[in-house]
Design a binder for this molecule. Structure first.
Ligand SMILES: Nc1nc2c(c(=O)[nH]1)N[C@H]1C(S)=C(S)[C@@H](COP(=O)(O)O)O[C@H]1N2
Ligand SMILES: [Mo]
Length: 245
């Protein structure tokens, strides 16, 4: 009995220690703290979540640190409910008819930021790798193990863009190199970055954020308050859907 007590006591102490360590770590990196978010990633093989330096104007969000993707090793894998699974190189995707548009990315955690995005429309990819008739959407698999789902209707929306260029330059690793999808009328979490694979599916699936947080799998921007980073974060009312200003 005594050794059982001792074991219990030991695991209690271990758990207490783990809790305190987690608390101290959380406190250390709390938002707004002068010590928050040191830049661990610049100049390394990884990119991670950051709001420092030039990213103050457009925060970076990655679920897990992402190993930088090299164009030469990358293809977009298209599979699931399609006639023939295929792979596309970045050059092949860049060869599709190009569209450019300006839109604001609105994160569900209050901030927003605006950029000019260039890339292609989903209909072009669909022509090269058509879904089977029963497919209703696409699941995205990203380099940082992030997943998200978008319906074919949302993907075929005229404002939804598959992006390889941001503000006239190739997408940076931070903003989702080599390929991201911008859906201006949905919260940021419905805008997958660093896409490596897509799968045609026939049922709605929860993405990373809607699995772990109180975020709807639909993700349409709701009426509320916005804090635009490029406009000094001054709070303003938004009426829902794409923010067009
Ligand atoms: N692969 C991947 N894509 C992602 C995310 C992520 O964690 N991983 N976060 C999403 C969220 S919540 C937001 S707000 C935007 C942020 O885009 P940015 O990092 O270019 O600002 O990316 C979205 N796409
Ligand atoms: Mo977000």
């Amino acid at each position: 009995m005594r050794s059982f007590d001792r074991l219990n006591r030991r695991s209690f102490l271990a758990r207490t220690f783990a809790f305190c360590a987690a608390f101290v770590q959380g406190w250390w990196s709390r938002p707004g703290s002068a010590r928050a978010e040191p830049d661990y990633f610049t100049g390394t093989d990884f990119v991670g979540k950051t709001r420092v330096g030039k990213f103050k104007q457009f925060y970076i969000n990655y679920w897990k640190p992402l190993r930088r993707i090299k164009a030469a090793d990358w293809t977009l894998e298209v599979g699931g409910l399609c006639e023939t699974p295929k792979h596309f190189t970045l050059d092949q995707l860049k060869g599709l008819p190009t569209m450019t548009q300006t839109s604001r990315l609105k994160c569900v955690e209050c901030w927003s930021a605006k950029a000019e995005w260039s890339g292609f429309h989903f209909s072009e990819l669909m022509k090269l790798c058509p879904p089977q008739p029963e497919a209703t959407g696409v699941v995205f698999h990203c380099g940082d193990i992030y997943t998200e789902h978008l319906s074919l209707a949302d993907l075929n929306h005229p404002r939804t863009l598959w992006v390889t260029q941001m503000n006239g330059a190739p997408l940076s690793d931070e903003h989702g190199f080599p390929l991201r999808v911008i859906v201006p009328f949905k919260y940021g979490y419905k805008n997958p970055k660093a896409i490596v694979k897509i799968e045609y599916v026939n049922e709605l699936q929860y993405g990373t954020w809607s699995k772990i947080g109180p975020y709807s799998p639909d993700g349409t921007i709701l009426p509320g308050t916005d804090h635009p980073l490029d406009l000094g974060k001054t709070p303003r009312r938004i009426s829902g859907g794409e923010i067009t200003y």
